[in-house]
Design a protein around this ligand. Sequence first.
Ligand SMILES: [Zn+2]
Length: 254
Amino acid sequence: MRLHVLSLGASEVDKGVMLTPGIDLGEWVMTPVPAYLVETDDGERVLIDTGLHPDHIADPGMTWRDVPMMASAMREAMAPEHRIEHQLGLLDLTVDDVTHVVSSHLHYDHCGQHFHFKGQPILVSGAHLAAARADPAFFPPRYFELPELNWVDTDGQTELFKGISVIETPGHAPHHRSFLIDLPESGPVILAIDAILSKHQVDTDSWVGQPDVETARASGRHLLSVAAARGASILFGHDPEQWVQIRRAPDFYD
Ligand SMILES: [Zn+2]
């Protein structure tokens, strides 16, 4: 079993708005947009999230241009190497080698390259998909409302594949999902996704900026308790300081 961390975008954000609410306002930092490829012992290649849509390379403002609250706090900074074809190419793989896609949630920076995966099953919380469809302002439908996508509702399933478990972490979004990956050598790794955006949230117990603050706090604390109980390390959702320290493709955790 292997876990590859893929770089499927980048965004420059106002730190004091998006990362450390109220602290360092007006200081812009580059944040990563990760996704994950898990190669299971059964030969499945499971892609968790798909990052930003590549149209952001030519048109960085395409998603939030008309939403001043977002446009004033973040600028996409996507480059050609953030395309999924390039990232999988680092592993000598193509999009056809991916057997399944898993969606943590359907924010634009987590489903932007779903359009490549029209044959493969896309595993999602059905309740989350319904919530996303009901809220097009926060979940721009252009990225996931594609008729050819093959959604599979996995609500109620705690283990998606052997070694890939779901941890329900609402607060960042309804029915948001984090994942526990059981790796033989590296030990268990929690993909917090956006339940914990950065270590700052843990250090300060500050969840301001999450859409549902108290629910997000409970989910963040739950992840920390699972990590403590399992001796798991945690990969945060968009943490520029952690990003430079972790193994990224073509490197991997096994
Ligand atoms: Zn995100």
